[in-house]
Design a protein around this ligand. Structure first.
Ligand code: BTN
Length: 254
């Protein structure tokens, strides 16, 4: 059914026609020792989750709703770079397969025409400096028309179709995503983050512009400079210093 050309990713696929959230299915499977590379795919999610406790609308067969179970032999700090890796893979595949030109908004949003069309939710289980497993949740709005989004979302919500006018079959998108993820992940484990970092920066949304940075501790304005080797966001403060931002949200001032 899936026709994958991968070596280890998706060798086992848990497919649900409808489920609350593929993250939950993946968590459960991981706790029950599901192996590295297990993939959970749903046609529809009834309780899809986004970052910061937000909901993620996941209508039947309108998008890619999937979670990857990974067991990387790297520290939890290094594993946070998997979000940036995934965003780069998504940007690459969407650029190659569709007429859209996506941009990445740190840390995990994909935008087309300034509107969000995909998000990544990375959750991990770690014990001290050992990563037990990482679950990378990927949500891509593919074939929704504005009509498919409920009222409060309508204004900001977008899909590949709403921005390009073209329908995309879901399965080939999943095939390319998994193949490209596997290659990129293997390179990351073998040779490190630098290739991903360079690619990420070529897709980065509005680099060099003024942003507002909101972290748990502070809010400040700065210029978006790129990302660091450890996956942190690099910003240039008004005092002329370069600062690493590890978590939070950014928005543009103009
Ligand atoms: C975000 O941008 O806030 C992240 C959205 C992540 C959505 C995906 S869809 C598959 C997986 N299952 C979920 O419940 N969420 C993620």
């Amino acid at each position: 059914q899936w026709g994958l050309e991968t070596e280890w990713l998706g060798q086992k696929i848990i497919h649900k026609t409808s489920t609350e959230s593929t993250q939950e299915i993946a968590q459960q499977a991981a706790r029950n020792n599901a192996e590295h590379g297990t993939v959970v795919i749903a046609d529809e999610q009834t309780n899809g989750r986004g970052r910061m406790g937000r909901a993620w609308k996941s209508a039947k067969n309108k998008g890619v709703w999937m979670s990857l179970i990974l067991r990387p032999a790297i520290t939890p700090a290094a594993a946070t770079r998997l979000t940036l890796l995934t965003a780069t893979v998504l940007a690459d595949v969407i650029t190659k397969q569709t007429a859209a030109a996506p941009a990445i908004k740190w840390p995990n949003d994909l935008l087309i025409n300034h509107k969000k069309i995909a998000g990544i939710l990375t959750e991990m289980q770690a014990e001290q400096d050992r990563t037990q497993y990482v679950i990378v949740g990927i949500g891509v709005n593919v074939n929704q028309t504005l009509y498919d989004f409920a009222a409060p979302l309508k204004q900001q919500a977008a899909s590949i179709k709403s921005e390009t006018g073209e329908d995309q079959p879901i399965v080939p998108l999943i095939q390319s995503l998994l193949r490209s993820f596997e290659k990129t992940y293997d390179a990351f484990i073998d040779i490190g983050f630098s290739g991903i970092k360079t690619k990420w920066e070529t897709y980065a949304y509005r680099i060099g512009e003024r942003i507002r940075v909101q972290t748990n501790q502070t809010v400040f304005e700065a210029v978006l400079a790129g990302i660091a080797d450890d996956g942190a966001l690099l910003v240039q403060t008004d005092a002329g210093e370069t600062q690493n931002v590890y978590s939070g949200e950014i928005s543009w001032l103009t």
